[in-house]
Design a protein. Structure first.
Length: 274
């Protein structure tokens, strides 16, 4: 490592298409900025922080950039306007795909009820009761999954941080500077009445890997096998490739009810398609 660090840095030529993004040196505490030559896809420099002044200084010392590929961070936008006002600013593909995926996920979550098929025949009362029980169980399970998902946890922490600073009387610009977030991001959290408004409606009814095995799981649960570990091992022998936590979370509300709703028996040929 000493020999590598002793090597001189390669000379930085004019970078016409410059990629700018931040990275965590210590998550939530310290961040740096990496600069990429988007023509060669190779790094050209690493900056000690992600402040606009630091990026501005680099652009001043390395003129000639015509295109800046960046995320929506306000600091990078200010640096581009200050030292490369003629440069075209574009969004990189990763952030475009990420923003699109999050928008689609929240939209589908908010309108999942539109995808439900209308029932064509009235069910007998006992079947209707079982259907209602299944729906209650599914809503509880999916609500738990959404509550613990990475997106939900991150949104909840960010919402709480913005709300705490808002209650202290801080404005959007000051909050964005203190938390290191883009102003538009802070604006969404600032004016949201709750974190549920940002996440969309609960995703009950969303297909999961466990759905194919639900009938078998219900049958075994009613036979007295209520251990999530045992159920997970049995499902694995039938071709289940999901996680143990999914089986555990699914069976938890069943244990609170004391029984699983009756479901028709699964043909093992469905679990092992040829």
């Amino acid at each position: 490592m000493r020999l590598v660090r002793a090597l001189p840095d390669p000379p930085t030529t004019t970078v016409e298409v410059l990629g700018v993004d931040d990275f965590a040196l210590r998550r939530r505490h310290r961040y740096g900025t990496i600069l990429i030559d988007m023509d060669t896809h190779k790094p050209v420099d690493v900056l000690a922080d992600r402040k606009s002044e630091t990026v501005t200084k680099w652009l001043t010392e390395h003129p000639g950039t015509t295109v800046i590929c960046r995320d929506r961070a306000g600091a990078y936008a200010e640096a581009a306007r200050a030292e490369a006002p003629e440069a075209i600013e574009v969004a990189d593909r990763w952030h475009l795909w990420r923003n699109l995926a999050e928008a689609v996920e929240k939209t589908v979550a908010a309108h999942h009820h539109c995808l439900r098929m209308a029932e064509t025949e009235p069910e007998p009362s006992i079947e209707r009761t079982a259907s209602e029980q299944r729906r209650m169980v599914a809503e509880q399970v999916h609500a738990t999954r959404q509550e613990s998902s990475i997106l939900a946890v991150a949104a909840k922490l960010r919402f709480e941080a913005v709300a705490a600073l808002k209650n202290k009387g801080m404005g959007i610009r000051s909050i964005a500077r203190q938390l290191g977030l883009a102003r538009e991001t802070v604006r969404r959290f600032y004016y949201a009445s709750s974190v549920d408004e940002l996440l969309g409606a609960p995703r009950a009814g969303r297909p999961t890997t466990l759905d194919r095995f639900a009938e078998y799981l219900h049958e075994r649960f009613n036979d007295g096998c209520t251990s999530a570990t045992a159920l997970y091992e049995e499902l694995q022998t039938l071709g289940y490739r999901g996680s143990y936590s999914s089986v555990r979370d699914y069976s938890r509300p069943l244990r609170s009810i004391g029984a699983a709703p009756a479901r028709k028996q699964i043909d093992e040929r469905e679990l092992h398609p040829t």
